[in-house]
Design a binder for this molecule. Structure first.
Ligand SMILES: *Cc1c(COP(=O)(O)O)cnc(C)c1O
Length: 354
């Protein structure tokens, strides 16, 4: 830390991304990326002719991409905001809709960035505890007069709230924004997008990073009422109007054109997830019944941190969280069947040694 950093940032605890060690080739099951490449349409779109246009700024309005997203989900393009990863939408939303006066509420176990943005923007936030079974208690979020932020399915549990429960939360907080982060909804969850037509305080956030195999392109989008979208635009044009680069805009459009490819890849991942749950049971693990592309699992035979370390020694990366409520778990991203079989094979070996 330099002596120049101003006081309010000195105690900021930044977000820790999943590790990407370079000392050897790992089976990478720690950051919930897709194990599959983007569709052919995306790969072909990034031609040298397009690369040679990088001297020009991209379209700040992202018109073509917004139109395609709007059409796919049955909205108008004014209902769509696009961003440099969905993290940017979360950041803009905390900036736009939360403060010391207008507080926020999110689960105590959820995506780690909510707390980081809460701290960064000096928000009065409350973290509502999950129930014993790791599900979200809807009652904590009714009539709260705070901006509500919920990942659905939640991370790292993989558990979902029903659309019915989300509607209860949205309809009881008409004077607050309810942000539903649907990063993992394409793996079998239920989307609450239809509620956007009914409630002007609902913002649904999606990402290309997981179900659309484009974590490296950095692209996210939000769907909400035109007024909410214009609020996000106000922040974007006050920070970084060209937030999405030319190549990512092209890739994002091509991915929508190839939607069937991604639907297929998601079903494959769901199949591998269900297979993996069975294998984990056979190995004596317990897990939460995930609707996402990861499984949150624990074993009586080995602690979470120990298991994580032994897997890493054997070339397999998973994610471990040190928070005491969940530190006996590891979060395992669903990879290809081959990657998962490597994990199970290594796990058998590890369990024999303990
Ligand atoms: C991965 C993830 C994000 C961030 O996605 P990017 O679009 O890559 O920034 C947001 N929310 C949740 C719950 C996630 O798991």
């Amino acid at each position: 830390m330099s002596k120049f950093l101003i006081d309010k940032y000195r105690s900021l605890e930044a977000y820790t991304p999943g590790e990407q060690p370079k000392d050897m080739q790992y089976v990478k099951l720690n950051t919930n990326e897709s194990p599959f490449p983007p569709s052919c349409g995306v790969i072909e779109k990034i031609s040298s002719a397009e690369i040679s246009k990088l001297n020009l700024y991209p379209d700040p309005e992202c018109r073509e991409l917004k139109n395609k997203i709007a059409q796919l989900y049955g909205f108008e393009s004014d209902n769509v905001f696009v961003s440099n990863g969905s993290d940017e939408i979360l950041s803009f939303s905390f900036m736009a809709f939360c403060s010391e006066e207008k507080g926020a509420i999110f689960p105590n176990i959820s995506y780690g960035f909510y707390k980081v943005y809460g701290d960064l923007y000096a928000v009065d936030y409350k973290r509502a505890p999950l129930k014993e079974d790791f599900t979200i208690d809807v009652n904590d979020y009714l009539n709260v007069n705070r901006t509500v932020v919920i990942a659905n399915p939640n991370a790292p549990t993989g558990l979902s709230l029903s659309v019915n429960d989300i509607e209860k939360i949205v309809s009881s907080n008409r004077d607050s924004v309810v942000l539903i982060d649907e990063a993992y909804v394409d793996f079998g969850g239920q989307t609450c997008l239809p509620l956007v037509k009914k409630y002007d305080n609902l913002l649904v956030v999606r990402t290309y990073s997981k179900s659309r195999s484009m974590a490296g392109a950095r692209l996210g989008f939000a769907i909400g009422s035109k007024d909410l979208i214009s609020d996000l635009d106000r922040i974007k044009y006050s920070t970084n109007p060209y937030n999405i680069n030319r190549l990512t805009l092209l890739a994002g459009c091509a991915a929508i054109d190839d939607n069937d490819y991604y639907i297929n890849r998601c079903s494959q991942i769901v199949e591998i997830r269900e297979y993996s749950k069975k294998r984990l049971s056979q190995l004596g693990f317990e897990y939460l019944d995930s609707d996402s592309n990861f499984i949150f699992a624990r074993s009586d035979k080995i602690g979470g941190e120990d298991y994580y370390k032994k897997l890493k020694e054997n070339g397999v990366l998973v994610r471990h969280f040190s928070d005491e409520k969940i530190n006996d778990f590891v979060r395992i991203t669903v990879g290809t069947k081959e990657q998962m079989d490597t994990l199970f094979c290594v796990t058998e070996k590890i369990l024999k040694e303990v």
